[in-house]
Design a protein around this ligand. Structure first.
Ligand SMILES: C[S@@+](CC[C@H](N)C(=O)[O-])C[C@H]1O[C@@H](n2cnc3c(N)ncnc32)[C@H](O)[C@@H]1O
Length: 204
């Protein structure tokens, strides 16, 4: 089967502003309720072990908004360097930081300042100091070439208007033999143009 992947027709800046506004709400008022699942119920639904989640700060888990479980593809090794694309409130970031331990490092990237702030606070509360938080885009990752052992991402690539560029960035930052553990949304049929042009649907 051949598939042509084109960047979305929506204005990328406008789309990112809409997405950021939505996820700022998830960071600041997670109890509000959204048309997607969040928090502890979502983590259980996505089969995160209770032991993986129980030690995390409540605020970190409350704003979790992933679409799967990147650790279902395997745990991370002590000493590894990990980059979390679209870390959100940092649930996967903190789990990764614990798994790689003090000899490892996690780079947490997000474009929404409120999410990054919440992730940073969560790391402080959890006493983790092996995380560097960087505001940035999936399409131009703030990391040097071939410096990362494992890229993780949860529920973010579906929000990126240029998915090919995002994949090229993942390839650029990974060391040879590095791993990409991604959880995301896949559709098996063509998305109608009207839906592609609707920013509300993107951010939902
Ligand atoms: C669905 S939430 C998932 C957050 C986190 N991975 C989790 O599992 O809770 C999507 C996150 O990706 C961020 N995001 C969306 N598009 C992005 C992009 N192009 N570059 C960087 N971050 C992005 C949003 O700000 C938001 O925090």
């Amino acid at each position: 089967m051949t598939m042509t992947v084109r960047p979305a027709a929506v204005d990328a800046k406008e789309l990112r502003a809409g997405i950021s506004a939505k996820y700022e709400e998830v960071a600041l008022t997670p109890e509000k309720g959204f048309h997607f699942h969040t928090g502890t119920p979502l983590a259980a639904m996505l089969e995160y072990d209770a032991a993986m989640v129980d030690w995390l700060p409540a605020g970190t888990v409350a704003s979790f908004a992933g679409t799967g479980n990147p650790f279902s593809m395997g745990d991370l090794e002590p000493g590894e360097t990990v980059l979390d694309i679209g870390c959100g409130a940092g649930m996967d970031t903190l789990i990764a930081a614990k798994q790689v331990g003090p000899d490892g490092q996690v780079v947490a990237v997000d474009m929404t300042a409120a999410m990054l702030g919440k992730a940073r606070r969560g790391a402080g509360e959890a006493g983790l100091s092996n995380i560097s938080f960087r505001e940035g885009l999936a399409e131009s990752l703030p990391a040097d070439d071939a410096t990362i052992d494992v890229v993780i991402s949860n529920g973010v690539v579906n929000l990126c208007p240029d998915k090919i560029r995002t994949m090229k960035e993942v390839h650029r930052v990974l060391r040879p033999g590095g791993r990409f553990q991604i959880a995301d949304i896949v559709v098996h049929k063509e998305v109608p143009q009207g839906a592609k042009d609707d920013i509300e649907l993107w951010s939902g």
